[in-house]
Unconditional design. Structure first.
Length: 284
């Protein structure tokens, strides 16, 4: 076993143990909403920026998919101001578990990966070699042209569309976590807080799921014998792998500027639209 694999295994085992015993030290950064049928759903409102502002409530939300959203959940999200839903899943994932939405919402399917390209290749590698971890997906979300196009399109909507925006993948961890990191970076949130928000997902993830294993087998068309918990754990190594992949551009903000194409005016517009003075924002 390579040293990097051993390090990730230790991280996963540590997270699983803390989740099982209920003593995980996961900071509340984005506000959990506790909806009945939507997992890992959090409002980023109230998160502080480095220039003394806070993110406006009801404008930026992250979650797992909306397949089992109850009517009351949808009504709550509507009252909060959600008008746009960005679905980062592949076509096949969307087909397997279609989101429940309200008629007035704008639905934006913008996949990070394609079944036949990066995602399929990585997941099939997990079948052949269970030692390959989700960590290898994260640099792809900075390197692949499809992922960069996805982030570019997402930020286009964040800049131009009215109302609050919710984005999600399946579990609300990997693809959702990366977009959350980019959004927070664009608003001037400190990198340490960005990592804490990513790790907050561990408050909401089960530590064992045979159902997820069956879903992976249906998605891949092959038996899956890997460690399902690698899909359920927000290990520090994962988000750091993405942040590390942006280092060649000067970090997350540099990646947004050089690869996603955000201009100084775009950053200013995002901060004006999604943040407010500390005194007028909820104190988390």
């Amino acid at each position: 076993m390579h040293g990097n694999e051993a390090r990730i295994i230790r991280q996963i085992n540590h997270v699983e143990s803390e989740n099982e015993h209920g003593d995980g030290d996961w900071k509340i950064v984005s506000k959990p909403l506790g909806l009945e049928g939507v997992g890992n759903i959090r409002d980023m409102g109230g998160i502080p920026t480095q220039d003394g502002r806070r993110i406006r409530p009801g404008m930026l939300l992250r979650s797992a998919n909306l397949h089992k959203a109850a009517d009351a959940d949808l009504a709550t999200l509507d009252r909060l101001g959600v008008r746009n839903v960005i679905d980062l899943r592949t076509h096949q994932e969307r087909h397997m578990e279609e989101d429940r939405l309200l008629p007035g919402w704008r639905y934006l399917p913008i996949p990070v990966f394609d079944e036949g390209a990066e995602l399929g290749k990585q997941l099939r590698g997990l079948i052949a070699d269970p030692g390959m971890f989700i960590e290898s997906l994260y640099p792809q979300m900075a390197a692949s042209s499809m992922a960069v196009d996805c982030w570019r399109e997402c930020f286009g909507h964040l800049l131009d569309d009215d109302g609050g925006t919710l984005w999600h993948c399946t579990q609300g961890k990997d693809r959702t976590g990366v977009l959350a990191a980019l959004v927070l970076a664009s608003l001037g949130v400190d990198e340490a807080l960005i990592v804490d928000d990513y790790l907050e997902t561990n408050r909401f993830m089960p530590h064992v799921s045979s159902k997820l294993g069956r879903k992976l087998e249906a998605l891949l068309g092959a038996r899956f014998d890997g460690d399902v918990n690698q899909f359920l754990t927000a290990a520090p190594a994962y988000i750091h792998a993405f942040i590390g992949a942006t280092a060649r551009y000067g970090g997350l903000v540099g990646f947004l500027r050089m690869k996603v194409g955000l201009t100084a005016a775009d950053f200013a517009r995002l901060r004006e639209r999604y943040t407010c003075e500390d005194r007028s924002a909820p104190q988390g």
